[in-house]
Every structure is written in C-alpha cells, then in structure tokens.
Design a protein around this ligand. Sequence first.
Ligand SMILES: C[C@H](O)[C@@H](O)[C@@H](O)[C@H](O)C(=O)O
Ligand SMILES: [Mg+2]
Length: 435
Amino acid sequence: MTIQILDLTVDDLRFPTSRELDGSDAMNEAPDYSVAYVTLKTDHPDLVGHGITFTIGRGNEICAAAVEALRSRVVGLRLEKIAGDMAGFWRHMTSDSQLRWLGPEKGVIHLATAAIVNAVWDLWAKAEKKPLWKLVADFTPEQFVNCIDFRYLTDVLTPEEALSMLTRLKESQADRLSILERDGYPAYTTSAGWLGYSDERLRELCRQRLSEGWEVFKIKVGRDLEDDRRRCRIIREEIGPDRRLLTDANQVWDVSTAIEWMRQLAEFDPWMIEEPTSPDDILGYAKIAKALHPIRVAGGEHCANRIMFKQFLEANAMQVCQIDACRLGGVNEVLAVLLMAAKYDVPVCPHAGGVGLCEYVQHLSIIDYLCVSGSLENRMAEHAGTCHEHFLDPIQIQNGHYLLPQTPGYSITMHEKSIENARFPEGKYWSDPNS
Ligand SMILES: C[C@H](O)[C@@H](O)[C@@H](O)[C@H](O)C(=O)O
Ligand SMILES: [Mg+2]
C-alpha cells in the first residue's frame, strides 16, 4: 500500500478545566487544558493521522502557528518513505535551518514538532492496523534503533549499544506481554490532589479512588507550608501509612527552599518530590537529590529534549524520569530517552497531567516495559481523571492499571462534537457562558 500525506490542518482546542480548578498546582493556578490538534490527510480515503501537543490555555494559538510553519516539512511525503527512515524523517522535521533558530529543539517550535511527529506515528500505526505500542513492540531491534536520531547522544549511548540492549530483551518480550495482558500497566493517580481542591474534596476523592483500587497518590505542594502539612495529613489519614505518596511542586522553589520545605514534609513519608525547582537546573536537582535522600527527585514534564535528559541522567540528578509525549519531539525522541533511562537504571514514570497525555503515555510505558527496561520495578504511568470523554479510544483503567489499548493508532483521535465545542474562541465552551 502506498500512502501520501496530502494536507495538514491544525485546530486550537481548549477545554475549560480551570472552572473546577482541575489540573491546578502551585505554579499553574488555573489551567485550561488545551491542544494544538493536527490532522494529516492522505490520498487513502480511510487513513487520517492525528497528533497533539499540549498547553494549558493562552498561547495555544502560538503552537498552532508553529505547526503551520512546519507544514511544508511533512505535506507531500510518502508514508513508506518516512517509515523506511524514521530517524531521517525526524532529523528533517527538526532541521529547517531558519525555523531551527527558534529552538533548537526546545520551546514552541519543538512542541509543534511533537504534534506533527505524533500524527505521523498515529498514521503509520493505523496503516499497519496496530495500536502504536504493538507497532513498536513488533519492530526488530534494528528497526527500533533506526527510529532514533543519535546526534548529541553518542557520548553516552551509541546505536550499537542500544541495539545490544534491545536484542537482549527481545527474547523474553512475550512473557512480559502476558503479564500486561493479565494485569495492565501500573499507574498512579494525580486527580485527587490538585491544589485548588478543598480539603473536603481531597478527602472525598481519596475515598473514591481507593474504592477504585488505586494504590499510589500524588499531591500538589509548594504554595503554603501550613496548607501542605494539613493536606498531606489528610491524604495520609485517608490512604494509610503504607501506600505510596508522591509530591509535586511544579518548579516553585529555589534549591535551598526545596530542601528546607521538603524536610518539613518528610514526616509524611513522600516517596518523591517532582519538579522542586527550575526544570533546567541540572546541578540544582542533583543537590536537592543528595540532600533529601531517600526522597527521590523526579522531573521531565518540562525537560526540553533528549540532551537535557542525557545530562540529568548522567549527573544522577533525577531518580524518576518523567518523559512527556508532547514536550519531547514525539515518539522518536521518547524512544531515545527510554534507552538512556534504562542504561542509567532510572525508572520512567511518564508525565500525563493534561488532556490526551494519558492516552499517549500508556503506549510509551508499555513500550518501555516490553522493549527497553524490561522492568516494572518503581515504574508507574501517571493518571489524571479529566477530559477522557473527548477521545474515540479513551484510556481504560482497572484496579489502578492501564489496560492495553487495542484500537489501531496512537489513541488520540477526538470526537467531532468535542472538536466543535472546544474550538477556540468560537466553540461552545468559550462562546456560550452557560456551557
Ligand atoms: C498544569 C498541569 O495540570 C500540571 O499541574 C500537571 O501536568 C502536573 O505537573 C502533573 O505532574 O501532572
Ligand atoms: Mg508534575
């Protein structure tokens, strides 16, 4: 089958999550979960690729404009040509010599790259009639390695080393697949602990989530120490002393404040502190990790690219690696980071607090287990409870685990009605005050 990409369109879609303070944290007090939603049309009547990048509202139109700027890099290409040289395609996407100046490989231009690259992967998986995780899991180790642009990485990871890591695990892949088919992929939930929720809501949501089988909970911290103490006490009362409690400060502290603040919260036995300070401060992360041990330091949702991850991992500055499906430049770059994390034996626990991110990261965690790390130890994908109703193939959770997605593609295609309602500013969510 030969398929040509004939057109690209992009929609600025926003969901009014700030009305209930879903997604709120110490830095982002009232996010409206949003996406630049890319559609790739082809010369095949039934094959359309969809991809997103995620923002929290204002500025989403800038991502959409950046997608438009990259349009000519992808329109006209043939899928079989892309699939035959995925790393080459990714290099092509990130190498327009004028657009590259806007990054390189960071910020809005990289978010836009992710939306397009993810749409191409969705298209490819749909063409092969496989969910994305299965498309990748069925690759030979050589095909997997051929998806990655190793430029800037070879001082810590060469293609040859990646190949031998993947080859070592390939034989036992079927055993791991049966475990996932039986149990699903382990997850933790963030949706009880958003900062804007009242104490009563926090308590009620903890009870609800416990009854659904959740074992690991995340709570937002960092705005006010007394509030944090009270909220951590409540969540501990509800989940008990043995379940894992994760904390997330969303970059609000200086290095020294992070250390002092978390020492004050240590009595609540947090398993990790996420984004304690600037996402660019590799040495700062390392200092915090050293001072707070055994509390782990987690980061990645604002980690711009594989080079930053390389440094965080090499400097032992992150003990939990939170890849983001849209901040990294799509699946290709994620695969590179999975390999580096496995090499440094750092668990990957993807970031998913947003719209569409859970739909995406379930595939990435499954790939990590089946092909790259081969381990579930200390690994869990994030789960947030909002906006799943907008997707044709939404996540399925059972007992705090993601069930394996079965529908071909990357699970990101949205219902037409949702697209219509969320279109900014003319959709119903924004033009009708009673919506
Ligand atoms: C603004 C967003 O909801 C963030 O709070 C969210 O992504 C969060 O950091 C997370 O870890 O899920
Ligand atoms: Mg976070």
